[in-house]
Design a protein around this ligand. Sequence first.
Ligand code: ARG
Length: 584
Amino acid sequence: MDQLADLISRQLAGAFERAGYGDADARATLSNRPDLCEYQCNGALPAAKRYHKAPIQIAQAAAELSGCELFERVEAVNPGFLNMKLSGAFLAQYLTEMAESDRLGVPAEPTPKTIVLDYGGPNVAKPLHIGHLRSAIIGESVKRIDRWFGNKVIGDIHLGDWGLQMGLIIAQLQDDQPDLPYFDDSFTGDYPETAPFTISELEKIYPAASARSKEDEAFAARAHDATYQLQSGKRGYRALWRHILNVSVADMKRNYEKLDVHFDVWLGESDAQPYIPKMLKIVEEKHLAVRSEGALVVPVQEDTDTKDIPPCILVKSDGATLYATTDLATILQREEDFHPDRIFYLTDKRQNLHFEQVFRVARKAKLVPDTTELQHVGFGTMNGKDGKPFKTRAGGVMRLETLIAEITDFIREKITENQTVSDDELEKTAGMIALAALKYGDLSNLATKDYVFDLDRFASFEGNTGPYILYTIVRIKSILAKYDGDVSQAKLLAPTSQEQKDLMLVLSRLQDSLLAAYRDSLPNVICAYIYELAGAANKFYHDVRIITEPDPAQKASYVALMTLTRRALETCIDLLGFSAPDKM
Ligand code: ARG
């Protein structure tokens, strides 16, 4: 379906043409004076200069010839603006077409792309914390949006499963449980199938080992050595590493499931290691790298840079590879596996420079075709009310699991105050509202900005919040449940009140918002839109009697409008990554 503003613009272009001003810019935009009109067009002003006429003269001529099927009124006002109000019948027809389409009239991507979306990025053996929350929330939404438009999207969690944290855990385990077969070099049998630790033990080992390595130099050296041995393929360490990975990933899956975040592939840094030699060979053959103090580096500074971009280090003087090495090897791997048209990364913005360097090397080395987009979005920090990165009350890093539990407790208490759902449903409903509060609270901000996590505000049922959107959907569901006719036969008629027309106008702009959110990967655009839509819906059902309306055709029209509003809201929240309960 065409965007409404385009339909209006085309109609106006015809009017200008008929009036003899065929080259006037007939673009219609949403009015910035909704008290005066719904759409406006300023094309007569620049045209006036070319035709040496008064702009109002041109506007008047176009207004007279603008036809009546789209407009209730077209007015030329000084100095030469065109102000338009849409015909209610036309608006009803436009929305009916939307309602009849299974994509609500929004066209899919004409040339679908293959997109690898690298998000989540948790580190194995370290508990998931809120630092990884934003990546998961934003990434999941971007994935759903890209997919909804018809692209092939591969969501890859890209686990941090290969770093020093592994060596630290291995070294610590060797001290705690020296008799394990993994540490016995003469052991040739099969290693045990169960891990020698639980997830809660594992979560304690890492922070303890990490703290210890800062004070105990000998221990730090052993951890480095263990990392090296693991990476060189030592059998016992590999087996232990598998256990760490399995235990940790099982826990992550549980957590992401709770967040309604789903990855298509669970690859990690370790999976890219086999691609490192090939990647280094390409870099070498193209003579891109130089030696600098024993390290292998690729200079990436360009003449046009206004700031210093340091060389990208691929191999350290001791032979160790780094985060950038792995990311470059991963690009090669993804090219081989998926031939993506775009690789899109979501991390916090402190990694902006890292990705700038990595992309420059990838381009120079031509690891992907020039047409493949490499894109990184660095998001801002989630802060506490004190403006500093969000912490627990005790000042520690808040675990994701704890955060979700806290929000759910808060919501549960709120909804039990005047409980409308059964005890069984209470838990599920609280979980759904909590997720909406958390995700909407995050996604309604521009991703690149920092924001303040404010539970009271995010969980409020009023204002620009997730629960308010859910509440609106629940209200609509309950109105529709009371309808005694056949919803599928309900036909939308022209509006009978300003509230109804306002709601219809907002609905007619669904496509604009979804396209804008899709083009620039901006879920916040969808949030702003549904907030406006929910506001218009609330006004409508407060002021108009729907179920008690005596005229059956009129009642059916209201019902059709509510049904479409509900579908629009539900489609949007699904793209944001949450859903609505039946009651709350
Ligand atoms: N594991 C990394 C971290 O916690 C994030 C990984 C992001 N993705 C990537 N391809 N570098 O910082």
